[in-house]
Design a protein around this ligand. Sequence first.
Ligand SMILES: *[C@@H]1O[C@H](CO)[C@@H](O)[C@H](O)[C@H]1NC(C)=O
Ligand SMILES: *[C@@H]1O[C@H](CO)[C@@H](O)[C@H](O)[C@H]1NC(C)=O
Ligand SMILES: *[C@@H]1O[C@H](CO)[C@@H](O)[C@H](O)[C@H]1NC(C)=O
Length: 503
Amino acid sequence: MPRRALLGHLLRLAALWLPAPALCASPAPSPSRTLVWGLGLETHAVLPVRFFFIQAVDKAGVNFTTSPGENTFEVKVVSPSEPFSRIWVQLLDRHDGSFLVRYRMYASYTDLNIHVLLRNKPVAKSPYILTGSVYHESCDCPESNGALWEKYMRCPSSFAQIQHDLSVFTRVDLDRNAEEIPVRFGQRQSLCHYTIKNNQVYIKTYGEHVGFRIFMDAFLLSLTRKVTLPDIEFFVNLGDWPLEKRRAPGKLHPIFSWCGSNDTRDIVMPTYDLTESVLETMGRVSLDMMSVQGNTGPPWAEKNSTGFWRGRDSRRERLELVKMARANPTLMDAAFTNFFFFKHDESLYGPLVKHVSFFDFFKYKYQINVDGTVAAYRLPYLLAGDSVVLKQESIYYEHFYAALQPWVHYIPLKADLSDLLEKIQWAKDHDEEALEIARAGQMFARTHLMGDSIFCYYFKLFQEYAKLQVTEPKVRVGMERVEQPKDDLFPCYCHRTKVKDEL
Ligand SMILES: *[C@@H]1O[C@H](CO)[C@@H](O)[C@H](O)[C@H]1NC(C)=O
Ligand SMILES: *[C@@H]1O[C@H](CO)[C@@H](O)[C@H](O)[C@H]1NC(C)=O
Ligand SMILES: *[C@@H]1O[C@H](CO)[C@@H](O)[C@H](O)[C@H]1NC(C)=O
């Protein structure tokens, strides 16, 4: 201990004496040329956790591509009218010269000032002033103009998957669905029947295992606090597997599911896992699309050049995967952390290994993504890291898979994994190409899988679906209201509507 501590001490002393640049291999970022951008600098982009980005740029205008140091920038989010702002700010170093700044507000404020500082000097156009009412997540204050809200959120004008899913439904007869869907699926499946009327959420559940409704409830409440939804009525499938197997267009029932497949006609939504992580970022969950960006392990050149996988035995191909890894330990490290579905055969698929923190996956260059019960819901997080993803071809998909391209965003694997070893070997032999694919996948995740995109997707889906309804959405017999949580501690005054219930 003493040697290292002493050295550190001497370096700190030296820092007091030497002009700063002499200590750094690369020059410090320039406060004026450094870039700051993102939705988190906008008053009206209300999100559970708001976020923006900093790209370090040097005096010559060249982007940093490695970290200028974790504590290079300082960010303060303050309200001029409130000396004790209840705002939690985090800077995540993405180790590529850029930072993700996220903040969760526990109350609403009038005018918010965001200071981005580098050694006490303002960076770029800092301070950023968010003028007017800056609402926090639990403020029930929907923007009644959906088009305006989409503009605030910079939503894309369309999503190909939504168009694809809805194209088979020319007209949605809600009265017919309300009768037929519970009869057809309500006995054996777990379903929620939702109605949104005057931006209030109503529900009736079918089936025994309806615990997962909490994810959908929470998201619908969050969305209706932000924007006024059209009146709609729809069924959500709470199970893993998509349900609608009919082919004849006139007979199809619209079922909203978290996973789609080539064999079914369910309307796919962002998974409950991704949705929950958007709502609970800097809250109940620790793995989310932002935290993962600050925890991508060592730089590419220092990552272990081995294929990596951990998980449970929820599909036969996963057994194959582990068997292959045991036979080829130099190419692949794949092991079960849990046995649940198949016979516990230690001699073939064991031994079980200890759970590995997800962030530690990124010590490895090659991330293997194999279906579980349905699509493996870890894919968004794997893409956001800076490893390359090897993804099994599959009939199952999430809402964003159609926008992913093999060999651009990931390396494809045959459905039966017969080319897995060959593909890992390819990646080892083509390190630059593999890195390029890793970067493209990461860029895709950073651009399309963050909270703003998830809110936009759901809104667009509900809006497009509403256009197909040919009967009036109704609060049906047996439905109950899903109430907004009471946030008495920090009430907000909503300035958007003239008439509003008492706070
Ligand atoms: C520098 O980084 C910014 C932000 O990521 C990016 O838009 C820009 O294209 C980069 N410039 C160069 C020259 O790579
Ligand atoms: C790379 O990972 C494999 C499998 O986990 C391990 O056996 C090997 O020792 C690691 N190599 C290095 C250089 O750390
Ligand atoms: C599923 O359908 C898509 C789009 O038609 C197709 O590209 C893909 O190959 C299909 N996947 C499988 C495994 O059948």
